[in-house]
Design a protein around this ligand. Structure first.
Ligand code: NAD
Ligand code: ZN
Length: 377
C-alpha cells in the first residue's frame, strides 16, 4: 500500500499495517564531532578489538597516500590499511574482491571496518562490513531489506562533505545489472567521526559538486510529496547552512564546519522522505556514462527549473559565485540504445518520482520528456 493511501486511511482511523507508514529506521548510534576529533579513533576502537588476531581494516581514499592522515591511523597488531582509488564509484565486484581478500588473509573475522574518505569510501566500508557476515555477492543484496545478518562493526570518517553517506542506511553500488543501494538496517555506521579539518585539501570543483549533492538533497526533500515535519526540520537547517556556505562570504574553517553539518542534516532529511528528479536522472547518467553522483546531479539539476524553480535559481547563483563551468555536450554522442537505457534506468526509480511528483507522476513524466532534458546536458 502506498503512503498516500495509508495517510488517508489513518485519517479515517482505518487500521493500516503500522510498519508501512511509520518507518522505524536506524540512526548512527555514536558520533564524535569537532576539529581534531580524528585523533579519538584509537581510543574508540580499543574496546571494539576482539583480540589481537581480529584486525581493524581501514579502507582509505588513496588521495591520502604519504600524508599525515595515514600516519595518524591507529594501526596496531595485524591491522591493515588498504588504499583505494575514488576515481570510480564503488562496484559490487570490488566489494566481493575486498571481502575475499580479507577472508583469505585472516583466520578470524575482523574486529571492524573503518572507511576514511568521501561517499565512495564510506559506501565501500559499509558494503564490506555487510558482506563479511552475509553469503554470496554484494549484487544479491542491492535493493531494500535483503540483508539477513548483522554486519560487523563499522566506522565512517568523511573527508569531503555533502553526500550524507555518513548517516544514511544505504550503500550505493554499481552492479552487473543495476546501480542500486544495499538499503538495510545493518548498513548504517555504528560510529561516525566528523572532523571538519579532514576536508582541508578538497579541490574546489569537487567541493562544489559534492556540496551541491547536499543542496539538491534539501531541495528534493523539501519539495517532495513525502515531506513530513521530521524531514522538514532537518532539510530546512541543511538548506540554511548550504546558503551560508555557498552564497555568503564566510571564513574557510567556518565553511568546512557548516558544510559537514549540512551534509549530516541533509542525509537525515532524506532518511524519512526521498530524493527526486535530479537524482533519478543522475542515476541514468551514472549507469550509462559513469558520470559521478555529485557532478551528475548538477548536470541534471541546471535544467529542472520546471520542477524546482527556486532551487535552480539559487543553484545558478552558486555556480556564478564560485566560477564553476559545468561541462557541455555530455549526452550529445549517445546512441539510441544508450539514451533508451538511460531513460529506463531513470524511470525505474519509482519512489523518487513519486516523491517528486506524486502518485500520478507517470502522467507528467514520459520517455520523450526525459530525452529532451538529457539532450540539453
Ligand atoms: P568521492 O568519495 O567520490 O570523492 C571525490 C573526489 O574527492 C575523489 O577524487 C577523492 O579522492 C577526493 N577527496 C575526498 N576527500 C578529499 C580530501 N580531503 N582532500 C582531497 N581530495 C579528497 O566523493 P563524494 O561525492 O563524497 O561521493 C560520491 C559517492 O557517494 C558516489 O559513489 C555516490 O553514489 C555515493 N553516495 C552515497 C550516498 C549514500 O547515502 N550512501 C549518498 C550520496 C552519494
Ligand atoms: Zn545524492
Amino acid at each position: 500500500m502506498n503512503m498516500q493511501a495509508n495517510k488517508e486511511m489513518a485519517k479515517k482511523n482505518i487500521p493500516t499495517k503500522a510498519s508501512e507508514e511509520f518507518r522505524n529506521f536506524p540512526m548512527v548510534p555514536r558520533v564524535v564531532y569537532g576539529i581534531g576529533s580524528f585523533s579519538t579513533l584509537g581510543d574508540i576502537l580499543m574496546p571494539k578489538r576482539k583480540h589481537s588476531e581480529a584486525p581493524m581494516i581501514y579502507l582509505v581514499d588513496d588521495v591520502f597516500e604519504n600524508t599525515e592522515i595515514i600516519n595518524r591511523i591507529p594501526s596496531i597488531f595485524c591491522d591493515q590499511i588498504i588504499l583505494i582509488s575514488a576515481d570510480e564509484e564503488p562496484k559490487t565486484e570490488q566489494v566481493d574482491a575486498l571481502v575475499n581478500m580479507i577472508r583469505e588473509t585472516y583466520t578470524e573475522l575482523p574486529s571492524g571496518i573503518i572507511g576514511i574518505g568521501g561517499g565512495t569510501l564510506l559506501d565501500l566500508a559499509k558494503a564490506v562490513a555487510i558482506m563479511l557476515t552475509n553469503n554470496g555477492s554484494a549484487s544479491e543484496y542491492q535493493g531494500w531489506d535483503l540483508v539477513n545478518k548483522k554486519s560487523i562493526y563499522h566506522v565512517g570518517i568523511p573527508t569531503i562533505s555533502g553526500t550524507g553517506a555518513e548517516v544514511s542506511r544505504t550503500t550505493v553500488l554499481m552492479g552487473p545489472e543495476k546501480k542500486l543501494g544495499i538499503n538495510s538496517d545493518y548498513t548504517t555506521f555504528d560510529q561516525v567521526i566528523l572532523d571538519p579539518d579532514l576536508t582541508i585539501g578538497v579541490p574546489k570543483e569537487q567541493w562544489f559538486y559534492t556540496g551541491m549533492d547536499c543542496f539538491i538533497h534539501c531541495v528534493e526533500s523539501l519539495n517532495g510529496t513525502f515531506l513530513n515535519a521530521f524531514s522538514k526540520s532537518y532539510g530546512e537547517k541543511s538548506l540554511e547552512l548550504c546558503k551560508e556556505v555557498f552564497l555568503e562570504d564566510i571564513e574557510e574553517s567556518d565553511s568546512r564546519e557548516k558544510l559537514m553539518m549540512a551534509s549530516w542534516h541533509g542525509g537525515m532529511s532524506i532518511a524519512y522522505s526521498q530524493v527526486g528528479v535530479a537524482h533519478a536522472m543522475s542515476y541514468g547518467l551514472g549507469y550509462v556514462l559513469g558520470v559521478k553522483h555529485g557532478i551528475g546531479n548538477c548536470l541534471v539539476f541546471q535544467f529542472l527549473e520546471e520542477f524546482y524553480p527556486e532551487g535552480v535559481q539559487l543553484f545558478n547563483l552558486m555556480l556564478e559565485k564560485h566560477n564553476i563551468i559545468l561541462p557541455k555536450g555530455v549526452c550529445s554522442n549517445l546512441s539510441d540504445n544508450e539514451m533508451n537505457t538511460m531513460i529506463t534506468v531513470a524511470m525505474g526509480m519509482e519512489p523518487l518520482w513519486e516523491n517528486a511528483l506524486g502518485e500520478q507522476w507517470k502522467s507528467i513524466i514520459s520517455p520523450k520528456k526525459l530525452k529532451a532534458i538529457y539532450q540539453k546536458i
